[in-house]
Design a protein around this ligand. Sequence first.
Ligand code: GDP
Length: 297
Amino acid sequence: MAFEGLAQRLQGTLQKIKGKGKINEADVKEMMREVRFALIEADVNLKVVKEFIKTVSERAVGQDVMKSLTPGQQVVKIVQDELTNLMGGEQNPIQFARKSPTVIMMVGLQGAGKTTTTGKLATVLRKRHNKKPLLVAADIYRPAAIQQLETLGKQLTVPVFSMGTDVSPVEIAKQALKEAEKEHYDVVIIDTAGRLHVDEKLMQELKDIRELSKPDEVFLVVDAMTGQDAVNVAKSFDEAIGITGVVLTKLDGDTRGGAALSIRSVTQKPIKFVGMGEKMDALEPFHPERMASRILG
Ligand code: GDP
């Protein structure tokens, strides 16, 4: 299960302090030392850990007194609040364009789950938002990527716009937008090329597609299992092309939690969705508060 180690350690630590009627600075310090270890072990970014510990310690020592809670319970609540804040606070919904079509650009490294997520997103848009999506195959470097999207489209009965591998991705995006306007699609999801590593050529291509298609959302798809690498990838993509949100995939695996807990703080961009499996219905909106509750039990 995701976050299992972190959950166990934090719950164990907080259990010790929960029942306390009185808490002094030494208690808080001792607890925070354990929380710090738990976060580092979960592969949370070191700077993020440091800031988190500072914020929680300050709040816990200078506790604003809530009569309904014991000091121990208050400290637990502070940890929970700050974990929620760390992951972005509120759930962050898709920003739809005022005038259709809404354009969503999907970016990410190969294998992160970009194409799968594109299909899942089409499912969410159709089922939960009652939208008519068009998928666009803009990865011209891997014929298999186009095929994969077309197969998904067939399976979901969602149309896929493709022009093969001989036309530039910018041109494909341009023609797809024309098609969307003509056929009254509400949302255009552009599945862009992925590479094994962040590179200049890919970034330039993505910038060009971005400039032309003026997306309402640029979703970076990253694999939660890759921990701090995912955070670094998010930082690079955001600096190079500007992302509007993150989709964290493979949260159904046994990821330690580092990416989920660090990405928001490092990039200031929200996690919008999480991938919870390979099936097409396994994409969920990301709720920081629920995630914090799940971690703290
Ligand atoms: P892309 O190269 O980024 O387009 O990656 P794909 O969409 O082809 O996905 C790579 C692999 O990850 C595939 O085997 C997917 O089924 C798998 N995958 C994607 N998202 C998830 C997820 O949320 N959970 C799990 N368990 N597997 C996923």
